[in-house]
Design a protein around this ligand. Structure first.
Ligand code: NAD
Length: 453
């Protein structure tokens, strides 16, 4: 099929590359000229494992191209995917500006019938709105062919996006038009060959399913984090409890890891958008508010722990952060817990030495003054980052942080304090090496308080 994808972000690029991989001809439209130039030069503007080579492969094969012109891109398109951002507005609701702009633009340039698919995460009723916008723009041009708009929410996870797209748990197709639904089903057929995983449903239900899925996953995280706080007080290790409850198939092992909070481009904004929808509908979203509040609290815990260890005297302390991206496998910093911690440390006058395998550059762009003054040093390696440090804080659980040479780390550090924001390490092992260890929802190992220097 001939496809057009509007938006070359995390979702748009993965969608474009994976459909090209199956032999479709895809034109991806991007309006950010710097991003477009990078893509045309064979470089991916985002870090996602395997993506850059797949993009290059299909640009070379001629199946995938990038353009600034929607008019040219939709000329022969059978299906147009809208994969633009839907950030949060001030009141928490989803900002549909980019989606509606894309709809208006489609109405101005379409010359023939095609199917439009909302891949962006959008509130219930958005497909109808987009369809209406396109229809009225076409009518202004005295054109009256129909352009059905479908909802096809995306469930990929950054860090494993290609795998998630090509081997999905399910594909939700929300369509009120049987023919269009069938076209999309055929498009996805190569990804679900061994098992029927396509769920066809009306589009409002598809739109809501995406929000409900993200809200549920965020709820699991905030729930386990609240249990972790109880565990810490009770002297109970949440890691035993996690295994204890995760073995129950009704609960499951996923998304019950205690940690320093969830971030990213989806959970925080989608939970807030759902809260706002509930408010507008006169429903008190008690559960969702609690999920959000717990997560905000969770993002402050590592800083509170550091303050505790240093008896509130943080000015001039050298603190190391391992991991800055909101999760491993991505360079995405949107709503990352690391940023809340960084802000607090810098405000408290700490010297921060940080290392992330791919997100250093993004952090440097966010903190230009602190980098220039030397208060924030972005280091070349995990070991370089701990030199002279008084506290090591593990924020993002990249694989390369799983088994570092802790004897060497211990030697390089000025004080052996380790705060494990992801419960990655064995407390007893670290204690044996002379570290003071504190995880999330587990008892502190070693001497709790460092003497104030
Ligand atoms: P993004 O911000 O990374 O990318 C959006 C891209 O669209 C940008 O490059 C922007 O320049 C471009 N764009 C905006 N309007 C345009 C237009 N009119 N024409 C051409 N280009 C345009 O966004 P993302 O993270 O890919 O998310 C896209 C949507 O998918 C959001 O609704 C998000 O909630 C949802 N989603 C994201 C993920 C994820 O992991 N990032 C997963 C599932 C769903």
């Amino acid at each position: 099929m001939q496809l057009c994808v509007i938006g070359a972000g995390y979702v748009g690029l993965v969608t474009a590359a994976c459909f090209a991989e199956m032999g479709n001809r895809v034109i991806c439209v991007e309006r950010d000229t710097a991003r477009l130039a990078q893509l045309r030069g064979g470089r991916s503007p985002i870090y996602e494992p395997g993506l850059e080579s797949l993009l290059a492969q299909h640009q070379a094969s001629g199946l995938l191209s990038f353009s600034a012109s929607l008019r040219g891109a939709v000329l022969h398109a059978d299906v147009v995917f809208v994969a633009v951002g839907t950030p949060q507005q001030e009141d928490g609701s989803a900002d549909l500006r980019h989606v509606l702009e894309a709809a208006d633009e489609l109405g101005r340039v379409l010359r023939k019938q095609c199917i439009v698919v909302n891949k962006s995460t959008v509130p219930v009723g958005s497909a109808e709105r987009v369809e209406q916008r396109i229809r009225s723009a076409l009518q202004q041009r005295s054109l009256n062919f129909s352009v059905p708009v479908l909802s096809n929410p995306e469930f990929l996870k950054e860090g494993s996006a290609l795998e998630d797209f090509t081997r999905p748990d399910r594909v939700i197709i929300g369509s009120d038009c049987p023919h269009a639904g069938d076209v999309l089903r055929r498009l996805y057929a190569p990804f679900v060959r061994n098992h029927e995983r396509i769920l066809l449903m009306p589009r409002r239900e598809a739109e809501f399913s995406k929000y409900a899925a993200n809200a549920f996953l965020a709820t699991k995280i905030s729930f386990i984090n609240e249990m972790a706080s109880l565990c810490a007080r009770l002297g109970v290790d949440i890691e035993h409890v996690r295994r204890g409850i995760g073995s129950d198939r009704r609960i499951g092992t996923h998304f019950i890891y205690a940690g320093c909070g969830y971030g990213g481009s989806c959970f925080p904004k989608d939970v807030r958008a759902l809260i706002r929808s509930a408010e507008q509908l006169g429903i008190e979203p008690g559960v969702l508010r609690a999920v959000e509040a717990r997560n905000a609290l969770q993002k402050t815990l590592l800083f509170q722990a550091l303050r505790g260890h240093f008896s509130g005297l943080l000015q001039g302390r050298v603190v190391t952060l391992w991991g800055l991206a909101f999760k491993p496998g991505t360079d995405d910093l949107r709503e990352a817990p690391s940023l809340v911690l960084l802000d607090a440390l810098l405000l408290a006058g700490c010297q921060v030495r940080a290392y992330d395998p791919v997100a250093n550059a993004g952090v440097a762009r966010r903190y230009p003054r602190e980098v220039a003054s030397g208060q924030l040093q972005l280091c070349e390696s995990a070991l370089a980052a701990v030199e002279g440090s008084e506290a090591l804080v593990l924020v993002t659980e990249w694989k390369q942080f799983r088994q570092p040479d802790f004897a060497q780390v211990r030697q390089l550090m000025r004080r052996p304090l380790l705060l494990d924001g992801r419960n990655l390490y064995d407390p007893a092992e670290l204690r044996a090496l002379g570290f003071v260890y504190q995880g999330v929802g587990r008892a502190i190992q070693g001497h709790c308080k460092e003497e104030a220097a």
